[in-house]
Design a protein around this ligand. Structure first.
Ligand code: ZN
Length: 240
């Protein structure tokens, strides 16, 4: 049974009579984690999810936990800018939080981020293969641009900076996802342009869903690309 005090954040009904907005967002992140787990896209403590809150903070998944078994109280709130604060609340966030912060700083339109160590993408990049999203109608439409970021030390500012740069090229379209060498993929969600005011819960949850959708499409592309390579290879060695 939950109590208002558990988890260190306020629950209940706001002055406007709506359910606590943060509760909705926490539930959405937990549901997104379960979705990634159900599709076999995360293992052990890999992967992370976040939503940009309107007050200069991020709601995000904790480090060292399975992301498909999280409860709403398990999430962390961290400042977008650690120097500016406010102080973090809840458990320690993922070491990949530097990636999330760098992308949010580089892309004002991004309000949700999903990252997972997609197994098929790691197999392809380990083998030196980079799939082309133009190969499939779905990925050509929804993630027409999929930049590739060479390997970097996980959790480092250096890697975070290169990923953020890949997400913010000088020309359009802006990428919805980025492929990482042996480190899965990162996908983002948000409106087509930077929101003029603070997005409501529905917009934030829709953006999170969009980020997870894009991550799944990268996975589909990688699995199809891998299978096509294997089929072609098998044909090449088949007698006759
Ligand atoms: Zn990672």
């Amino acid at each position: 049974m939950r109590t208002a005090a558990r988890g260190g954040y306020h629950r209940g009904v706001t002055a406007h009579g709506n359910l606590n907005r943060e509760d909705d967002l926490r539930a959405a992140i937990c549901a997104a984690g379960r979705r990634l787990g159900a599709r076999g896209l995360i293992a052990a403590g890999e992967g992370n999810l976040s939503i940009r809150l309107g007050d200069g903070t991020l709601l995000t998944t904790p480090t060292g936990r399975r992301k498909d078994e999280l409860e709403p109280d398990d999430l962390a709130i961290v400042p977008l800018d650690p120097e500016a604060g406010p102080a973090p609340r809840g458990p320690r966030p993922s070491s990949d939080i530097a990636i999330h912060r760098a992308i949010y700083r580089a892309r004002q339109d991004v309000i949700a981020i999903a990252h997972a160590h997609l197994p098929a993408s790691m197999a392809l990049t380990l083998a030196g293969e980079i799939p082309d999203p133009a190969a499939l109608p779905e990925t050509a439409h929804f993630i027409p641009r999929l930049p590739y970021v060479p390997f970097g030390v996980m959790g480092s500012e250096e890697l975070a900076g290169r990923i953020a740069a890949a997400f913010s090229p000088p020309d359009l379209p802006l990428p919805g996802a980025v492929l990482l060498e042996r480190h899965g993929a990162v996908a983002v969600g948000g409106p087509a342009t930077a929101p003029s005011g603070a997005p409501d819960s529905a917009a934030l949850i829709a953006a999170l869903t969009q980020a997870v959708d894009r991550l799944e499409l990268v996975d589909v592309l990688c699995r199809v690309w891998r299978d096509a390579l294997l089929i072609r290879s098998a044909r090449g060695v088949r007698p006759g």
